[in-house]
Write a protein that binds this ligand. Structure first.
Ligand SMILES: [Zn+2]
Ligand SMILES: [Zn+2]
Length: 121
């Protein structure tokens, strides 16, 4: 049996992690490029100066569901977004902006290295 090349494995994990980061940060840019910068609830308008307060809400609350037609996205200001999520007690992961989302997201590859290591034995 061939030994697993650990440096290669590290690279695969790093790449997968990076791709996942790109996907996560990418949907905000895509949604902002697709929809007018207006909150879908309070109709507040945003400009480059304050667009940081405009967030992308996932209609079905699944952050990994990012269809390219944008049908799962809704632009909401941070206040309305907060409101929207407090109505869904089953959803405990806030996606108010990329920073919080990144904090709340556990590493999906945390177990991969361990699994691979276990296989090697
Ligand atoms: Zn709003
Ligand atoms: Zn949301």
């Amino acid at each position: 049996m061939k030994a697993i090349d650990n440096s290669k494995l590290d690279k695969i994990v790093a790449n997968a992690r990076r791709d996942s980061d790109i996907r996560k940060s990418g949907y905000r840019e895509r949604a902002l490029g697709m929809y007018p910068w207006i909150c879908g609830r309070c109709t507040r308008e945003f400009t480059r100066a304050n667009v940081i307060e405009l967030t992308v809400h996932h209609r079905n609350h699944n952050h990994d569901d990012n269809p390219s037609d944008g049908s799962n996205w809704e632009l909401l200001c941070v206040y309305c977004h907060d409101n929207e999520h407090s109505r869904y007690i089953d959803n405990n992961a806030l996606d108010l902006g990329a920073v919080k989302a990144a904090d709340a997201t556990s590493n999906p590859f945390a177990n991969l290295a361990a699994l691979m290591a276990a296989k090697k034995k």
